[in-house]
Design a protein around this ligand. Structure first.
Ligand code: JPQ
Length: 120
C-alpha cells in the first residue's frame, strides 16, 4: 500500500503557528507571538536609553504570556508617556526580556535581541 506522510510530520516543514512564535533567545521558552505586534508612538520598534545609559532596541506587543512582570510600576523616565513600567522576565529562565507598560491599557516592549523565531 502506498503511504505518504502528512506535511506536518515532515521534520523540515514549519507550520504557520511556529513561524508566529517568538522565543527567549537564552532558553527557548515561548514568550510572545509576531501577530501580537503593536504600534506605539507611531512605531512597532524603538531605540531607547535608560538613565543608566544603556541602549535598547525594543519592539512592542499587546501581550507576552511567557514574560512575567516583576515589582511595582514606576513612571521614572518612562519611554511611553501616560504609562508606568515594570521589568518583565522570562518565566522559564528569569532573563530580563523587557518591560510591561501599564496605563490606559497594558502592553509589552521587549528587547529585540532577546527574542528569536528559531526553536531551540
Ligand atoms: C526603563 C529601565 C530599568 C531597568 C532596571 C533596566 N524607562 N527602565 C523603562 O528607564 C526606563 C522605561 O520606560 O531600564
Amino acid at each position: 500500500m502506498l503511504q505518504t506522510a502528512p506535511d506536518r510530520e515532515s521534520k523540515n516543514q514549519t507550520s504557520a503557528e511556529e513561524i508566529d512564535e517568538l522565543y527567549c533567545s537564552a532558553c527557548g521558552h515561548l514568550v510572545t507571538r509576531a501577530r501580537w505586534r503593536l504600534s506605539r508612538k507611531g512605531d512597532h520598534q524603538h531605540t531607547v536609553f535608560n538613565p543608566a545609559g544603556r541602549l535598547f532596541r525594543i519592539v512592542c506587543f499587546s501581550d507576552a504570556p511567557g514574560a512575567a512582570p516583576e515589582g511595582t510600576p514606576s513612571d521614572e523616565f518612562t519611554w511611553f508617556p501616560g504609562y508606568k513600567w515594570l521589568i518583565a522576565i522570562c518565566r522559564n529562565c528569569g532573563r530580563h526580556m523587557g518591560w510591561q507598560f501599564v496605563g490606559g491599557d497594558i502592553f509589552f516592549a521587549l528587547i529585540k535581541s532577546h527574542l528569536t523565531d528559531k526553536k531551540h
